[in-house]
Ligand binder design. Structure first.
Ligand code: IPE
Ligand code: IPE
Ligand code: MG
Length: 257
């Protein structure tokens, strides 16, 4: 009873303050953290937290799309997450199958386009197929890009990009002195997006951890960082709006005055 009351009250306050005319970030990136702890608090297995976290992804996707966000990048599985117990990894590799099976019709209705950045070729076949199918099924949508970082690691991404550029130099297609920031930005996995959509304006991390965990190291050079103690399964539309309100209040100087 009490929790319900305070939540309602909280929602009211946020709706009152929220002003879309102050600007909605075009690209929002989220490190979805805290699924395991959410489950632990309820004496449930960690995978129960991942299942609940999947529902949060659905809610936040719809909310962001309605707000007019252009790219929503969600960190779903890192190149380091293979270190987890096999049973948990197996569950996480099955999640995209269930997620897309149940959610693609909604994505089509919302005009949302799925993109996956990461080392897809190293995923189990069923995971890879689910991901490729979702990309195919939503490829004609023209609204928000729902960009999953899956088997993604930023250092690996930068290394792959560097190798790609080095090969062009060796072949004589590119002069080493002609390599610019744009050359690297083009070669990264976000290089498939329009130039002004590649770097997130805001990076959100749930669960109270205040670190980047190998996510978008190049792209967040000037992103606003927002940390919340909420665990990912508890994160909701109001949490998202709260993050955006915080973003709207900040003065982004990019080194200027
Ligand atoms: C984030 O939640 C989801 C993934 C990394 C796949 P965690 O599983 O990291 O949850 P905690 O941090 O252990 O609570
Ligand atoms: C980062 O969370 C990766 C994802 C959210 C997919 P982790 O839970 O893996 O990060 P660390 O281990 O706390 O740094
Ligand atoms: Mg974690």
């Amino acid at each position: 009873m009490f929790a319900l009351f305070s939540r309602k009250k909280k929602n009211k306050i946020i709706d009152l303050e929220f002003d879309e005319s102050l600007g909605i970030p075009r690209h929002i990136a989220i490190i979805m953290d805290g699924n395991g702890r959410w489950a632990q608090k309820r004496k449930l297995p960690r995978i129960a937290g991942h299942k609940e976290g999947m529902n949060t992804v659905k809610k936040i996707t719809k909310a962001a799309s309605k707000l007019g966000v252009k790219v929503l990048t969600l960190y779903a599985f890192s190149t380091e997450n293979w270190r987890r117990p096999d049973s948990e990894v197996n569950f996480l590799m099955k999640l995209p199958v269930d997620f897309f099976d149940s959610f693609v019709p909604d994505l089509v209705k919302e005009n949302v386009q799925v993109n996956v950045m990461g080392y897809i070729e190293d995923l189990p076949k069923h995971t890879k197929n689910a991901v490729l199918r979702a990309i195919e099924q939503t490829k004609d949508n023209t609204g928000m890009i729902l960009n999953f970082a899956f088997n993604y690691g930023s250092r690996a991404e930068i290394l792959t990009a560097t190798q790609k550029i080095a090969k062009q130099v060796v072949k004589g297609e590119l002069d080493a002195d002609a390599i610019t920031e744009e050359t690297l930005s083009d070669a990264l996995m976000t290089g498939t997006f329009e130039k002004d959509l590649r770097d997130p304006e805001i990076l959100i991390r749930s669960s109270g951890e205040e670190r980047i965990s190998n996510f978008l190291l190049w792209q967040i050079a000037y992103s606003e960082l927002y940390f919340t103690d909420e665990l990912w399964p508890d994160f909701n539309e109001y949490s998202l709006k709260q993050a955006i309100i915080s973003y709207q209040k900040r003065a982004r100087r990019f080194g200027g005055v």
